[in-house]
Every structure is written in C-alpha cells, then in structure tokens.
Design a protein around this ligand. Structure first.
Ligand SMILES: C[S@@+](CC[C@H](N)C(=O)[O-])C[C@H]1O[C@@H](n2cnc3c(N)ncnc32)[C@H](O)[C@@H]1O
Length: 188
C-alpha cells in the first residue's frame, strides 16, 4: 500500500464551503475529508477519463481534475441545488471545460455515459455491491477504483465487497484515505 503522498489540498475553500452548505441546507453533502490524498491518487495515475458518483458542491471533482491536468471528469449528482452550486464552483475554479456535472440518480445516469474510465470514485452515501459492480466494470486493466464511505455499507454488502477486493488476482490495494473509510484499488 502506498501512503507516501503529497497531502496539500488544491481546493480548501471548496471543502469549507461544502461544510457551511451542509450545516445550512441540512442535507447529505458531507464533504470528503482528504482532497489532497485524492488529488495525489489522480496525480500518480494521470487518468484520461474520471467518473465520480456524488458531486455535492464540486470539491472532489475539482481535486481529481487538479491532480491530472489532462483528465476529463464526469460527475453525477441527484440534488438539483447541489448541481447548480457545483457548476458555479467549477466555473470559478476554471475547470468547466474539463468537468461535466450530470443531474440525476446514479443508476439512471450511469448507463447513459459511454466508454470506459481510467479512474472511478464513489462518494455517494452507502456503497452497494450492485453499484460497485457497475462501476468497476467500466474500468480497464490498470484502472483505479476509489471507494468512500465503506463503513456505511450494509453488513452483507460490506462482507461481499471485502471478498471482492481481497481477490489479489483481480485487484491490488493502492492506498487508504480518511483513516481507512476510503480505499483505492488498482484493477489487474
Ligand atoms: C458525501 S456527498 C459527496 C461529497 C463530495 N464528493 C465532496 O466534494 O466532498 C454525497 C452526494 O451524493 C449525492 N447522492 C447520494 N446518493 C445519490 C444517488 N443515488 N444519485 C445521485 N446523487 C446521489 C448527494 O445528494 C450528495 O450531494
């Protein structure tokens, strides 16, 4: 596991704005805690195409894009208010040409996106095995899967996900972020 990484956060103001928004909106836009770690993963692998589930206000989409200056990012968000604010934040960060925010439920939007992705990041609420299978199927060999909120998965999904990623012929552990709540694996 590689934990030698540059940890500076490229968008700390966006993280702070997300915290303020969640308090005022009373919504589920809990911000990712380690944008620097996420940007470092992006920097290490330089993915050409990135997929994110759970845009909130655009903080992690901007971190992923900042780590890989050649990357195009598709990010999905179901709350229209979050989508409006995220698009404004992304424009303010001068990243609108590389980040596309898709409004809708993950399960509805995912099948409308074509092709494969070099890095996929799940940061919706609780990850489910079904969603993880759809996401990881979009990665070629060498693709990176980053999953947040592992501790929120149901006990059954959690057991199945652990056994899926424990298969060393299919996955290699790359890094652990957020004190173990988020893990990054590389597909063989
Ligand atoms: C934990 S927050 C994402 C935080 C974000 N990645 C950041 O910048 O720190 C989860 C977001 O996913 C959205 N979400 C959760 N489940 C969803 C679903 N099934 N379809 C679309 N959006 C969803 C929520 O509205 C919320 O904004």
């Amino acid at each position: 596991m590689n934990n030698n990484r540059e940890t500076s956060d490229p968008h700390p103001m966006l993280q702070a704005a997300t915290r303020v928004h969640r308090r005022e909106h009373g919504c589920g836009a809990y911000t990712f805690e380690d944008g620097g770690g996420l940007a470092a993963i992006s920097r290490t692998f330089q993915p050409a195409r990135i997929l994110e589930l759970g845009t909130a206000l655009g903080y992690t989409a901007c971190c992923l894009a900042s780590g890989a200056p050649g990357a195009l990012v598709d990010t999905i968000e179901g709350d229209p208010e979050h989508v409006d604010i995220a698009r404004r934040n992304i424009a303010h960060a001068n990243l609108s040409d590389r980040i596309t925010v898709h409004l809708g439920d993950f399960a509805r939007v995912l099948p409308t996106l074509g092709g494969t992705y070099d890095l996929a990041f799940f940061d919706g609420f609780a990850p489910t095995l079904e969603l993880l299978r759809s996401l990881t199927a979009l990665l070629p060999a060498g693709g990176v899967f980053v999953c947040a909120n592992l501790d929120l998965a149901s006990p059954q999904d959690s057991r199945r996900m652990k056994s899926l990623f424990a298969d060393v012929s299919a996955w290699r552990l790359h890094a652990s972020l957020e004190g173990g709540g988020t893990t990054a694996w590389v597909k063989h």
